[in-house]
Design a protein around this ligand. Structure first.
Ligand code: ATR
Length: 270
């Protein structure tokens, strides 16, 4: 029987995961089916349990169910524990395993462009998206990681939680230090709403890198801001999407697919 996988979310119609996994499967000659499943907002666990009980080998989980997937898994990987969220599930002999490949996906995408060791990194936002990438970012041993959030309490709570893993500090967006960063990552959902952030240009450096975890056909408001401040290297989150999928594919199939051509194809289709 052909192995079955799925991405579960709500809404799910526009998910690119089936396209990405179909490309990985064709490239690595793996026989599998990967579909979209929309779960009602109040029944993620029933939907995921049903999919696995009916022969599904594993699934990805997207908005708004990553925290519920964390509670659903019987066994959590260390990075899922740290993230407090799960985006990849599969069955093994002991039950449902939950992992989180978002942070690894971000780091891999960034590593195509720069080495993170010794860098001064600014992470904007302190919601689920920020928490999901903190562990893998700190594991790359940056010199400094500042989390800045509109509501400083949430940034402080995250910094307190991760302090043992690296040089992390927190502040509000209004209190950003007057210093340039090598890498600024936008993990807020402001771009989704088409909103720009109140950022001073002093945090940008022309040879730095600006990264928005959101993506779109046009540059996101955050990347437009970075461009106006003179930042030449700007990337959106499409690469992270492909890399987190590649990491999930590797967990499920034991083969690491090539991602560059898939990213180019996906970009052309935006
Ligand atoms: P996600 O899972 O995408 O991280 P979330 O947990 O709701 O979603 O978090 C959204 C993040 O975007 C938060 O850090 C939020 O800031 P607050 O904690 O102050 O709410 C941030 N955010 C959203 N819209 C924003 C805006 N217009 N300006 C600044 N920050 C914004």
């Amino acid at each position: 029987m052909t192995d079955r996988y799925a991405v579960i979310g709500n809404p799910i119609k526009h998910s690119k995961s089936p396209l990405i996994h179909a490309a990985f499967a064709a490239q690595t000659k793996q026989k599998l089916i990967y579909e979209r499943l929309e779960a009602p907002l109040d029944s993620f666990i029933e939907r995921a349990a049903e999919f696995l009980a009916m022969g599904g080998s594993g699934c990805n989980v997207t908005v708004p169910f990553k925290e519920e997937a964390f509670r659903f898994a019987n066994i959590l990987t260390e990075r899922a524990e740290l993230a407090g969220a799960v985006n990849t599930l599969w069955l093994d002999d002991e039950g449902v395993v939950g992992d989180n490949t978002d942070g690894a996906g971000l780091v891999r995408d960034l590593q195509r462009h720069l080495k993170l060791v010794g860098l001064r990194i600014l992470l904007l936002g302190a919601g689920g998206a920020a928490r999901g990438v903190l562990g893998p970012l700190l594991a790359e041993r940056p010199a400094q990681l500042v989390i800045a959030n509109r509501s400083p309490d949430k940034a402080i709570a995250l910094a307190t939680q991760f302090i043992q893993l690296g040089p992390i500090t927190a502040c509000s967006l209004a209190e950003l230090p007057n210093q340039p960063f090598d890498l600024i990552i936008n993990a807020t959902s402001a771009s989704l709403a088409g909103e720009a952030l109140p950022l001073p240009t002093s945090i940008c450096q022309t040879d730095g890198l600006a990264y928005d975890m959101m993506y779109g056909k046009a540059e996101t408001p955050f990347l437009q801001q970075a461009k106006a401040a003179g930042v030449v290297r700007r990337l959106d989150g499409l690469g992270m999407l492909v890399e987190q999928a590649a990491e999930a594919f590797f967990l499920w199939r034991g083969i690491r697919p090539e991602t560059e051509t898939v990213l180019v194809k996906l970009r052309a289709g935006l």
